[in-house]
Design a protein around this ligand. Structure first.
Ligand code: PNW
Length: 451
């Protein structure tokens, strides 16, 4: 026993990171279109104007996915491509692109998993206050309804948000992602509340249009991993995953972002610590936020080793000097997929999808014309071994999406870091499957049996 027969093996990407065609066919601007062109914001001034030119090459890309043998493809829709002003007039050419993209997937038997918001907020809505504006949840629901109406006959799987921790936390708490501001705690907590309301209203809107829709969510956070299997350490890690830090540093807190959506209330410990900065919560808000979820998605890349202190609380155990890091500088800890899925399943009791997992490296084309990435094969293999162990122990794991299908625009790091199992030559737009592509192809064929 390991992965179920209907286990969903997939790959993931997002609109701004691959599409390009940033100013074509009536698309509106997103905050990443503007931010990436501000000097000094992105590595060496890179931007997503062309990216992988996927907008024009999607047929070739989907054909390659079919060759890979994935059962599902997680992609995102660019909100300003279909609603240039975020609300109101529809850009039919934008809708046509996603409709054709979905048809192309279905032609090869690849199931679409659609993310509504992977950070590329319409610039026009940003000018109106973005996530601070109380109308934002309603605009988001209007957008969700449009997508469900136009694609819902063929798209059944939806994720509302990708990583609110990043597009609120990194963008507005730390100020290092678009639009790159620092707001007060009061303001950012209000934004977070609006994001959750938007999730709830969008879920309702989708269900109103697509009776057999399956709806999920795709947050992220690093997983505290116990350094021993002793129950004391395991319990310390579990607590650290969900507990609000005493300093009120809330933006990466798993419970803050997921309890309201899955359980219907903010976590008590967090409310106590953040009380004076909490937004005013409307009478029906929690009901709106707490919509039935069909699956729980989580992006997991990293673990943070911890052990239990005297009082049972987690103490961070630093990684040994010189221990492995990926090109982006992230430490590697394979068992994060085991502990992460286990802790999440205990708390939320939903079928779990790993909606992203993968690593960056600085790959190149070798003299034999191939791209050799043994480090990525090693990373994926060991992470999947631990995911399999969780499945064997009864954690309900429904699927795994490798990040990313192809090298792409890695946000503030530009094209410097490569996460793909397909290499992209940005000069020629040639795609070259890396060794890890063929490794993953084999793994999917065997349903992970030889891990
Ligand atoms: C995710 N962290 O971002 C995003 O969903 C992708 O768009 C992105 O390309 C990918 O991971 C790789 O970075 C993350 O700080 C950003 O732990 C930051 C973190 C995790 C994920």
């Amino acid at each position: 026993m390991g992965f179920s027969n209907d286990f969903v093996w997939g790959v993931a990407t997002s609109s701004y990171q691959i599409e390009g065609a940033a100013f074509e066919d009536g698309k509106g601007l997103s905050i990443w279109d503007t931010y990436s062109h501000e000097p000094g914001k992105v590595f060496e001034g890179h931007h997503g104007d062309v990216a992988c030119d996927h907008y024009h090459r999607y047929k070739e890309d989907i054909r390659l996915m079919a060759e890979l043998g994935v059962k599902a493809y997680r992609f995102s829709v660019s909100w300003p491509r279909v609603l240039p002003e975020g609300t109101g007039a529809v850009n039919e050419k934008g809708i046509a692109f996603y409709s054709d993209l979905v048809d192309e997937m279905l032609k090869y038997g690849i199931t679409p998993y659609l993310t509504l918001y992977h950070w590329d907020m319409p610039y026009e809505l940003y000018k109106r206050g973005g996530w601070l504006n109380p109308d934002m949840p309603r605009w988001f629901a209007e957008y969700a309804a449009l997508i469900a109406e136009r694609l819902g006959d063929r798209v059944k799987n939806y994720m509302t948000f990708n990583e609110p921790q990043v597009f609120i936390g990194l963008a507005f708490v730390d100020g290092v992602h678009a639009p790159g501001h620092r707001y007060t705690r009061q303001e950012t907590l209000l934004m977070a509340h609006h994001v959750m309301l938007a999730h709830g209203l969008a879920a309702q809107a989708i269900r109103g249009k697509v009776a057999d829709a399956r709806i999920g969510y795709a947050p992220t956070s690093n997983v505290p991993v116990p350094v021993t299997m002793e129950e004391r350490d395991v319990e310390a890690a579990r607590r650290a995953y969900f507990e609000m830090p005493e300093n009120g540093d809330w933006s990466w807190n798993t419970a803050w972002w997921s309890d309201p959506i899955v359980l219907g209330h903010y976590p008590e410990d967090g409310v106590k610590i953040l009380e004076k900065d909490m937004p005013k919560i409307g009478q029906d808000d929690m009901k709106i936020i707490h919509q039935p979820l069909d699956f729980y998605g989580q992006n997991i890349y990293r673990g943070e080793p911890v052990r239990a202190g005297e009082d049972g609380k987690a103490i961070h155990v630093p990684y040994p000097e010189g221990s492995p890091k990926t090109a982006i500088g992230w430490h590697v800890n394979f068992d994060c997929l085991y502990w992460g899925t286990r802790f999440l399943y205990e708390r939320y009791q939903k079928p779990i999808f790993i909606t992203e997992n993968g690593m960056s490296s600085h790959d190149w084309v070798h003299l034999d014309g191939k791209v050799h990435d043994p480090q990525r094969i090693d990373y994926l293999q060991r992470h999947l071994q631990w995911l399999k162990k969780a499945a064997e122990e009864g954690v309900d794991i429904a699927g795994y999406f490798q990040w990313s299908f192809m090298d792409n625009f890695e946000w503030a790091r530009g094209y410097h870091d490569r996460f793909g199992i397909v290499y992209v030559d940005y000069q020629t737009q040639e795609r070259i499957p890396k060794d890890s592509f063929y490794w993953y192809q084999q793994l999917i064929r065997e349903n992970g049996e030889n891990l």
